[in-house]
Design a protein around this ligand. Structure first.
Ligand SMILES: Nc1ncnc2c1ncn2[C@@H]1O[C@H](COP(=O)(O)OP(=O)(O)O)[C@@H](O)[C@H]1O
Ligand SMILES: [Mg+2]
Length: 325
């Protein structure tokens, strides 16, 4: 992680209510074109939370700006609630869906694989979700490739350290995207910055799937019995690629089951991966392979393979477009 960004003067006073007066800790984590992302706590000092604020755009017409902000916040929250199968999780008392297993509409199919929504206010322009430990997949790959210099360089290079681990991580990326698509949602902005790698055993109890939680705690207890790996000590010291992928940033997500839309989702990830991780680029095939095979009960049967075939067309169009300049 690059660490928190220093807060600009008056930052707190300029936040929407109730964050402008509340005594909760506040760290600026990321500053995008459309939003500010803070780490804070919400409802209880023991509930770490990600606060996403979409500030007023002064250059936009105020009515239009309000409408856009409201639409984006609602869209993101709706998708998250649908995927996790929970209502607003206020204090852990969120509405429980009867059968959180995957089904046609995808209600609850991604529980524990997306952050739980804790609160929102579209007038104020903010959305609060559960904080996910461990850093982004991007940061984690960067960290490992730095840590791996002993073996002669980047993690993706032949003979470099950690290639097998990276392959495993990439397969998990393919799995989770497959699961998302099987739930009838395309993400719209898949990148390694929009995927978190949460260390095993750090999922909050309400948001994790029962079976996943068991599996995770079983694994973490074996490890912590052996030595160093305490779940708390994970967020800054992780130099491994272990953990569960959690998808974030659903501001551009839409409901779709079209092969074309799914293929474009994968294409966006492929391009982003190639430019963010050029040394590891050739391993991206692992993502597609796991997706195609419906690993982790994602795009099962022929569904995954059909999308991968479509991806060929999407790539071809991409190449033509870039040739035309
Ligand atoms: N729930 C979360 N837990 C931990 N970190 C988060 C969370 N949500 C966002 N972040 C961090 O903030 C960054 C920006 O958030 P994101 O939702 O991707 O906003 P943007 O639309 O500006 O890209 C992410 O890349 C990640 O580092
Ligand atoms: Mg993002």
């Amino acid at each position: 992680m690059t660490g928190p960004i220093p807060l600009p003067p008056n930052a707190r006073a300029r936040l929407p209510t109730p964050f402008n007066t509340s005594p909760e800790p506040l760290e600026l984590i990321a500053q995008g074109a459309e939003s500010l992302l803070y780490k804070t706590t919400f409802l209880s000092p023991s509930q770490p939370a990600a606060l996403k604020i979409r500030p007023v755009k002064k250059w936009r017409h105020p009515t239009l700006d309000k409408r856009l902000t409201r639409a984006r916040i609602l869209a993101e929250a709706r998708v998250l609630v649908k995927l996790s199968g929970e209502g607003i999780a206020a204090g852990g008392g969120g509405r429980k869906v009867k059968d959180p297993k995957r089904e046609g509409e995808g209600v609850g199919g991604m529980r524990g694989l997306v952050p739980a929504v804790l609160g929102l206010d579209w007038e104020g322009g903010w959305l609060v979700t559960e904080w996910i430990e461990g850093g982004t997949v991007k940061e984690r790959i960067y960290r490992v490739s730095r840590a791996g210099t002993k073996g002669g360089g980047r993690v993706g290079e032949a003979g470099g350290e950690g290639v097998e681990e990276l392959r495993g991580l990439l397969r998990k990326m393919g799995e989770v995207v497959g699961k998302l698509h099987a739930c009838g949602i395309v993400h719209g902005d898949l990148t390694t910055s929009n995927m978190m790698l949460r260390p095993f055993g750090t999922a909050s109890p309400e948001s994790s799937k029962p079976e996943r939680h068991d599996e995770a705690s079983a694994q973490s207890s074996t490890r912590s019995a052996s030595d160093v790996d305490q779940p708390q000590a994970t967020s800054t010291s992780q130099t491994s690629l272990e953990g569960d992928i959690v998808l974030i940033d659903f501001g551009l997500a839409t409901q779709s089951v079209s092969d074309e839309d799914r293929a474009v989702d994968l294409y966006v990830l492929e391009r982003a991966f190639g430019s963010t991780h050029p040394w590891e680029e050739e391993l991206f095939a692992c993502v597609l392979d796991a997706y195609a095979h419906g690993e982790g009960s994602g795009m099962a049967g022929k569904a995954g393979k059909t999308v991968i075939r479509k991806l060929e067309d999407v790539r071809m169009r991409g190449r033509k477009k870039s040739m035309l300049g």
